[in-house]
Design a protein around this ligand. Structure first.
Ligand code: SF4
Length: 342
């Protein structure tokens, strides 16, 4: 085990052996969780049926590969699962990103595998070299779907090099509409006037504002059943994260180092939590990895998932970490029934 950190060196090693039997291994892992728990946590607390089905359906689609080009944000949504409100300002370096792209481009099938390469954060428009990062991504992955996900707050201040890069790279701009009174339709029209494809997260140009956020409390003690957590997780295996030469199955798990930095917690990453880019042979390695529970899933109390009203973060521990009353709830004798937040 190693402490989850925001930045770590990556020693190369040989190609990993398959970790699971793919889709059927995933389904089977749910059955195991029901019978006897998994991962050293408390007895298996199965995913609710709807959460399980939603996760299973997500796994049928190709995943995204998310790249946090900036850790911090100019909006700071409460319970952000990229932990941006508590992240210290950090910008992805062009050099390290180029190294990761070179490794990724060598993986057989990488160009076509992902549903999209999403440059995000934090708020990506804060990165002073965003045009160069966009162009570098296109250079290494000539046919991949390329996207920037932004809250749009800075869009009207972007210079011509930004618009040229997005247009030249065929990078679509995706705006996530928050209830902050921004004229998102006007911003989409602005992008289109620069010849850049643009849309709202959720797919419709008239998309409703994001009014609720998912809060999943993190268990510092790592006592959750990892298979049960994974099986009801809306992120795992769907939103892969590229970070420091590694591919993780989710954003939240990958970025636990930010929580450690801010709150002095000791979340750790196990080598089984990620794939080293330098050891990847083909996208099948990624596909196997994304369908199984990971050691770090023991930190996610997904049985307590709740949809909270969108609000700005107060950057307190309680926003992300398991509270004492929630711990009591989990330890209550009737806690075996999974709650359904949806
Ligand atoms: S660590 Fe596991 S349960 Fe937590 S967000 Fe990632 S995949 Fe989901």
């Amino acid at each position: 085990m190693r402490p989850a950190s925001a930045s770590a060196e990556t020693p190369p090693h040989a190609c990993p052996r398959p970790k699971s039997s793919g889709w059927w291994g995933y389904v089977d892992s749910r059955a195991r969780s029901r019978q006897d728990g998994d991962g050293g946590g408390p007895a298996g607390r199965p995913a609710s049926s709807s959460a399980f089905m939603a996760h299973a359906l997500h796994l049928l689609s190709a995943p995204t590969l998310d790249v946090d080009v900036v850790s911090h944000c100019n909006l700071n949504c409460a319970s952000c699962y990229h932990f941006s409100p508590i992240a210290r300002p950090r910008f992805l370096s062009r050099q390290s990103y180029e190294r990761d792209l070179e490794l990724l481009a060598r993986v057989e099938g990488a160009d076509a595998y992902f549903r999209g390469i999403f440059l995000m954060g934090g708020e990506p428009l804060l990165h002073p070299e965003l045009p160069e990062l966009v162009l570098a991504t296109r250079r290494h992955l000539p046919t991949a779907k390329l996207r920037i996900t932004s809250n749009g707050l800075l869009l009207r201040s972007m210079g011509p090099e930004f618009w040229d890069a997005l247009r030249g790279a065929g990078c679509k701009l995706i705006l996530t509409p928050y209830p902050i009174g921004l004229d998102y339709e006007g911003l989409i029209a602005l992008a289109r006037s620069h010849g850049v494809e643009a849309g709202m997260a959720g797919g419709s140009a008239e998309g409703d504002a994001v009014s609720r956020f998912l809060r999943t409390p993190l268990d510092e003690e790592g006592l959750q059943d990892r298979t049960a957590s994974f099986n009801s997780c809306p992120l795992g295996g769907c939103c892969l994260q590229l970070l420091d030469g590694k591919i993780f199955p989710c954003n939240r798990g990958a970025l636990l180092g930010i929580v450690n930095e801010r709150f002095g917690t000791e979340f750790t990453h196990d080598p089984d939590d990620y794939l080293e880019l330098s050891a990847l042979c083909s996208v099948e390695d990624i596909d196997r990895m994304r369908r199984r529970a990971h050691p770090m899933c023991r930190y996610c109390a997904t049985s307590l998932d709740e949809r909270i009203a969108w609000q700005r973060s107060t950057a307190t521990r309680e926003e992300w970490l398991l509270r004492a009353d929630e711990r009591q709830l989990l330890e209550a004798p009737d806690a075996g029934e999974a709650r359904d937040p949806r």
